[in-house]
Design a protein around this ligand. Sequence first.
Ligand code: ATP
Length: 208
Amino acid sequence: MQVVFGGTFDPVHSGHLAMLHAVVETFPNALVRVMPNGDPPHRRVNASAQQRVEMLRLALPEHPRVLLDTREVGADGPRYTVETLATMRAEYGPDEPLIFCLGRDAAAGLLSWGHPERVLEFAHLCIMHRAGHLELPRAVSALWAHQYVPEQQLCASPCGQVCELKTPDVPVSSTQVRALVAAGQFPLPVPTAIADYIRDHRLYLDTE
Ligand code: ATP
């Protein structure tokens, strides 16, 4: 069973790590891939892809089922998550359960993705709670109205279903971390190694 936790991680913070922990616990037989995106088509990033990857290397726990997957980083990386999931499906074969995890805010933005309706052809979706985002917009939940199942059922099929995971409320975002750095306000809600990296590489100082 394969689980993918994708994002920009600009920078990785304690909210990401709490979600990762929840996902690892929820799917005890899964390999969990943390997958930073390259230069996303629909948003601007502040640290380079290489710096975001280096921060993830510093922050991710040493855990036998947690991997850093950098396939989307680099000039020839895929532009859309759907393309990545299609590649993974080809790689893991037709029967392997594949779960893509994302926060409720990211799920709400799914309609702006390239070919959002095709995600379930390749993977299940696991939507994690996010502090401050109480509900999915109707247009998004309507897309999957008939596919909702409890999370433990995702391992019974390769793709095509959706669950909502009751993850803890951790009211932290990368935007907030960047704003704190720009305003010179410390401590940051990130591991110490990431705070040191941000300082040493002078990241986010001119974030608007
Ligand atoms: P930004 O503030 O720059 O938009 P972010 O904090 O949302 O960044 P991302 O790297 O974009 O971080 O998020 C990667 C994934 O992790 C997304 O699916 C997002 O919803 C989820 N996520 C990030 N922070 C949290 C959090 N505190 N609680 C739950 N999910 C989160």
